[in-house]
Design a protein around this ligand. Sequence first.
Ligand code: ADP
Ligand code: MG
Length: 467
Amino acid sequence: MGTSTQQDSLWQAVLGEIELSVSRGNYVTWFKNTCLLKQADDVAVIGVPNIFIKQQLELKYSDLVAKVLQKNGITVQQVKFKISSEAGSNRPTDDVVVLSQPASSNPQVAAKQSGQSTKPGANSLAHSYRQGLNERYTFDNFVVGGSNELAFAACQAVVSQPGTKYNPLFLYGGVGIGKTHLLQAIGNTLAARNPKARVVYISTEQFVQEFVDALRFRKTADFASYYRTADALIIDDVQFIAGKDKMQEEFFHTFNALHQANKQIIISSDKPPKDIPTLEDRLRSRFAGGMSIDMQIPDYETRCAIVQTKAQDHEVVLGQDIVEYLAHNIQTNIRELEGALNQLLAFCEMRGLDPTLAVASSLLSANKTRPKHLSAKQIIERTAKHFQIPLEDIVGPKRDKDIVVPRQIAMYILRNELNLSFPKIAKELGRKDHTTAIHSVDKIEKESKLDPNLRMAISEIKENLYA
Ligand code: ADP
Ligand code: MG
């Protein structure tokens, strides 16, 4: 079976994410010339150029591939790697050139997106400092709406005058709402405007890993000078620095060195600086010292616009009913929304169907098996754990505020995720009167509209439940 264009773009999305989570060398060596050959019956078959790559991927990366496929809406039990002539169809000489090019993508794709020349070497110098950037993410393909316009404006301000205003720029909010997209767009724009600038994007997980390696191999001086001499440093998901004391110490010095030299620093996190646990106070105050912006999940209209835009990127025109259906049913995470769209388009393309509401809804409900495995007990336990209160207390008689609120949140989640009846909800939490459950659910529903911290707590609990 040949690869279809939808499968290609699904795989490009998967690669885009893998690229951000492995080192550049590993990405170029193992993933660059792969393709998705087939995806059906719980198995995904990835085409690879040779046996060496096949073995390495099998050994080290099948879990990662499965995880990222799932993030993009494709759940499989097994990932297989197969040597295929379709893989590695890029010019063989690319490998040589690519080492000095962005690790970002296959040059043909990058060219299609940016309309640039792909002559080998043409961009290699200009791009030689673009560590970690993926050209897929731009300001142009970011849809702006009420929930993200402030963040968008701040990012634009940063690229127009890097290092002067808003330093650091700190974006925070839940999973899959566009933080990485904006960070990458800043990086891409800065690098394009000033090709000589060293723009460094790195995920905190990778940053920590590099630091650990530097310690192990006694290369901390190299590590330090590499990051302290960047012209712009973009650190994604900084919450993962929590609890890592030595790393925080190192980062503190990096931060100061850059800040004093008026180099732009951009940081993202799933929560505001003050809520990142075990973050040293001095870092906390540095993070909060510039501009912090709370990003939220795009509202319904924006989600519709995002679905439409992404469908257009695939050169597909979707019926408004399908757009609305997707935007209505996937409310918490744009990555999932995109995953559902990709899945729909791939499904239809492979079977030669036009996307219809019926197909969309059958695919989506097939995916909605997750809540079935979820029990009321798990929700209550997870909520108690999130607020660090004992399980006995959340289902017990105590009426202190720090017990009552988590209890109300548990009720709200039970209602929303399992659709339990109010008497059943009351019973699960050890209450006799079901009106308590009605009031609690209603209260949390209203308050969560106004209180970003509450929304964040709820979405974190849910993320953990489904993780
Ligand atoms: P986060 O870093 O907040 O977890 P991402 O930036 O990775 O989320 O976004 C998840 C996916 O959703 C990405 O593919 C991104 O391109 C897309 N996305 C999120 N918000 C928007 C938006 N406003 N317009 C277009 N795409 C978006
Ligand atoms: Mg992210």
